[in-house]
Design a protein. Structure first.
Length: 90
C-alpha cells in the first residue's frame, strides 16, 4: 500500500481519538474497546492490501472478514457506549 494511504489513515484515526478524548467522557474499558477495535481494523486493511497484492483474492476477503468485522464491532462498542450513557443522563 502506498505511504499516502497510511498517512491518511493515521490522520483520520488521530482526529477520531482526539475528538473522542475532548468531546466524550470515556471510561477505561471504552478506551480499551476503541483502541483494540482500531488496531484490528488497521490490521485487516493491511492484510487485505497485502493479499490483494499477492493476487490472493479469497484470502484477502477472509482476512478482511476475520479481522475487520470484530474490529468494527469493538470500535463501535467503544464509541456507542458513552453516547448511550450520555443520552441516558439527559
Amino acid at each position: 500500500m502506498s505511504v499516502t494511504l497510511w498517512l491518511f489513515l493515521g490522520v483520520v484515526v488521530g482526529i477520531g481519538f482526539f475528538l473522542a478524548a475532548t468531546k466524550m467522557k470515556l471510561t477505561w474499558y471504552e478506551w480499551v474497546l476503541a483502541v483494540l477495535g482500531s488496531i484490528l481494523i488497521l490490521f485487516a486493511i493491511q492484510n487485505y492490501a497485502a493479499s490483494q497484492a499477492e493476487v490472493e483474492a479469497r484470502a484477502a476477503g477472509m482476512l478482511l472478514l476475520i479481522f475487520g468485522l470484530p474490529g468494527v464491532i469493538l470500535a463501535a462498542l467503544g464509541f456507542v457506549l458513552p453516547w448511550m450513557r450520555a443520552k441516558k443522563a439527559v
